[in-house]
Ligand binder design. Structure first.
Ligand code: URA
Length: 266
């Protein structure tokens, strides 16, 4: 049967179509999703006039398209480049950080989704546990891995040989002689007997283990608990999550700060 109802007027047709078009999300929702805090906190950030969209200060309730609108908080653009992913993984022992292993051991990139393909930022020994970043952002990976931009890495080391004496702690802090040269000054404390908290900027092969060996306290267990501003005590071994936009920004800023220090001779 032919439908003989009259066509709706053009304006009505257009209005119906525009309802189907993406309207974008509210700015506070987008910022909250990017890790700037709760919706409430994001509303306050917007109300304080700290957010601009395409160069203009944005009001509360403003709708945005994250893919196309240029959003800035305090003048700093938000949003990663499309297609780039940043994963934080808590690597268990026995898993290697290379892209394949001739001994058939599990590899860290198999913990995260297979697409897009990612690589690890720096390395952890197979027998070391803890945090490692995986990304497909080559620029950031190179910046973080580069010794001149080396952000702090914090380790907890359980060592053999009982209490580490204050003179051994001092040696670790000042720099110990290794076969590939002395280590740079480090922050070292002993939160409990036989457990060291070690913060270094360098990323030399088996560095923490070799430092502890050098003062006569071989490492029994080594866990990386922080990379620059990134830590997460709730991530269990074998688990992963994406970095929030706030973490990514903090990491980028930490790298920039290290570069500045390096240029000024620390
Ligand atoms: N230092 C080490 O000895 N091993 C690691 O995996 C990382 C730092």
């Amino acid at each position: 049967m032919v439908d003989r109802r009259p066509e709706p007027p053009l304006w009505e047709q257009l209005a119906a179509k525009s309802k189907l078009l993406p309207q974008g999300d509210r700015l506070q929702k987008v910022l909250a999703r990017l890790g700037f805090g709760s919706r409430r906190v994001c509303e306050e950030i917007i109300a304080a006039g700290r957010v601009s969209v395409n160069g203009e200060v944005a009001g509360l309730g403003r709708r945005v398209q994250v893919e196309t609108d240029r959003i800035e908080v305090d003048g700093v653009p938000v949003g990663a480049r499309p297609g780039l992913v940043y994963y934080l993984v808590n690597k268990p022992t026995g898993v290697v950080t290379t892209s394949s292993d001739t001994h058939g051991r599990p590899i860290v990139i198999d913990i995260v989704p297979p697409e897009p393909r990612v690589f690890s930022v720096g390395r952890l020994d197979a027998d070391t546990e803890g945090l490692i970043l995986l990304t497909n952002d080559g620029d950031l990976a190179n910046m973080i891995a580069h010794p001149s931009h080396g952000v702090e890495k914090e380790y907890l080391a359980e060592v053999d040989g009982g209490e580490v004496t204050s003179s051994q702690l001092k040696r670790l802090r000042d720099g110990v002689e290794l076969d590939d040269g002395p280590t740079a000054p480090a922050k070292v404390s002993q939160p409990e007997t036989g457990v060291l908290r070690i913060v270094i900027h360098e990323g030399r092969n088996r560095q923490v283990r070799r430092m502890c060996d050098a003062v006569g306290h071989p490492v029994r267990r080594l866990v990386r608990v922080r990379i620059g501003p990134i830590s997460d005590r709730s991530l269990r071994p074998g688990e992963w999550r994406e970095l929030s936009m706030e973490e990514l920004r903090a990491l980028t800023e930490a790298v920039a700060e290290e570069t500045r220090k390096y240029d000024r001779g620390r």
